[in-house]
Design a protein around this ligand. Sequence first.
Ligand code: DC
Length: 222
Amino acid sequence: MNNAAPVITIDGPSGSGKGTLSQMLARHLGYHLLDSGALYRLVALSAIKKRIDLRQELEVSQIASTLDVVFSLENEKAAQILLDGEEVTSAIRQESVGMGASQVAAYPGVRAALLERQRAFAVAPGLIADGRDMGTTVFPFANTKLFLTASAEARAERRYKQLVSKGESVNIDELIKDISDRDERDSNRAISPLKPASDAIIIDSTAMTIDEVFTRMLSAIK
Ligand code: DC
C-alpha cells in the first residue's frame, strides 16, 4: 500500500505543539493538512448534540460512519469546519469535547469508520497528517514520521497560557490532571494507541521553542 502523494506524519500527545507545527509545515511546504483529532472531536460533538450517551459504542460508531463534515477554505485566514451545515470551528476546541473525543476514539467502530476518510486526504502535492496513529495505522508507508512530545507539565502550561489569553478561567493543576488522564487513556487503549512508529523520529519539545522544533522537523523531512 503506497501513498498517492508524499505524506509526513506528526503524532504525539495533546498539547505537544503538533497542531501549530503541522500548520506551519503545511504552509511552508504548500501541502494539505489533515487534523485527525478534529474528526474525533466532531464525532463527540455530534453525539453530544444528538443527546447520545458517549458510552453507547454502537450508536456513536454509527455517527462516525455518517458524519456530515465540510472543511471549508472559503475564509482564507482560517479554515472553517461545518458539521451538518453548522459552523463548529471553535465549539470542537472546548475541553469537554476533547475529553469526549478521547473517549469515542477508543471504539474500534469509530476508528474503522474514519480510516478511509483520513486516507483520502493524501493527494498531491502532499500531506501533513497530525494525530496519534498517523504513522502507525493510517499512513504506515509515510515518507517521514515524526513523534512530538513534551512533559505533561510543559504541555499543561502551554494550554494554560492559551486558555487565559482567550479569557477563560482555568486551574493549572486541573489541566495537568486532565492532560495526564487523556495521555493515559490514549496510550493504553487496545486499538491504535498513542505510540511512536518504530521508524519515527522522536522530538522532545519540553525545552525547545516552536521555531527550534520547526527547524528540527524541516531538517528531518529533508
Ligand atoms: O489532537 P486532539 O486533542 O484534537 O485529539 C482529540 C482526541 O482524539 C485525543 O484525545 C485522542 C483522539 N485522537 C485519536 O485517537 N487519534 C488520532 N489520530 C487523533 C486524535
